[in-house]
Design a protein around this ligand. Sequence first.
Ligand code: AMP
Ligand code: GLY
Length: 439
Amino acid sequence: MKVLVVGGGGREHAIVEALHRSQAEIYAAMANQNPGIRRRSKEILLGDVTDVERIVSWAKGHGIELAVIGPEAPLERGITDALEAAAIPTVGPSREAARLETNKEFTRTLMREHRITGSPQFWAFDNLAGFEEFVNDSYFEFVIKPLGLTGGKGVRVWGEHFSTKPEALAYGREILEKNIGGTARFLVEEKLVGEEFSLQAFCDGRSLVPMPLAQDHKRAYEEDKGPNTGGMGSYSDADHLLPFVTRDEYERALETMTKTVDAMFARDTPFKGILYGGFMATRDGPKLLEYNVRFADPESMNVLPILEGDFLDVCVRLTGGNLPSNVKFSRKATVCKYVVPMGYGSHPKAGEQLKVDEESIRRTGARLYYASVDERGGHLYTTTSRSLAVVGIASDLGAAESISEEALAFVAGNFYARRDIGKPEIVKRKVERMQKIHG
Ligand code: AMP
Ligand code: GLY
């Protein structure tokens, strides 16, 4: 089957590997030459992945039979609507259903209207006077969020990005003046305290089938210090929960997502694609921080390699509205670590050579997923984005983490990686922190 994959990061390389295992014939559209994806592809289209018209006409010209969309930006541009209008079934929501990610107020309002639990308190403002009144009267810590896509850089958290009322007002003013996130309107939410986790799920419009939980690490440096990034790495556990998430908390998070999919169906804008809930485990149970309408990056690299059975079949059934009730994943723990350029998060250093001993990495048992690297004269160089990831897979977290480290030893060059991700003593600290929060 001819399958188009849009996007050129580590997430899309993991998607391509899973499709390749199902004997799909891959056609890839991406902005950068991802060497891992290129190797598996029959043909590639280089260029802007939000150029919907160009991608759809290329897909039509190549007789594509199914498409899988990696990143959110083309979804916001309506790539699914356009591909489906050309009779190409697509794993990815319509532009309208993608609003679960592209408009944070839409999501909060939907949850409120449908009485879906797991939302923090929130307010919306489109003028400074209203926000000023709120700030002056408030006696609790809050978070300020632009409504639309900001590449993960728009949210400001009290105590992390600002710590006074005047600073809060200044950011509110900036959003209104510069239309940060696409409109002169923003959300304010009560600040949640806890540990974050990611729940990804397949959705066929009516039903939702979950994948194992994973935890991302957004901060650039060890011990969760430094600037926020696209994600430095992630882990998942053999029981498909996380050491700090109980079965009951997992069920509650799943219910929030299931009810959201029900609500989207009820309003005639069914959600079909991958829904990924970013949750905070808090003392009052799991709360939804945000939805993303695609696989998570890096967490897709935790779940896709342990998917049992046929990923292509799951994709076909997803687009056909008849997902199986259960998609199986091996009972393995995984640890994913991204190799990034030095200075990633603030001043990334592009153009540094990376030497990747692929054969030795394979021998460790780890998976290797390329992301953004430049290839010149047969050599690989860093760009300003994440370069590649290694994923250790084993029966427990400790062993998976060791394998990820063994694999990293076969990448040479001037790069940075967070070594603490998935280390048992670090995970233990998260469990203890959650125990304290629960009192
Ligand atoms: P978002 O883009 O909505 O996921 O927000 C980015 C990050 O901001 C999240 O991963 C959290 O670390 C943080 N964040 C978002 N909403 C809240 C909230 N209500 N309370 C505390 N932290 C939050
Ligand atoms: N794990 C962060 C993201 O995919 O947005």
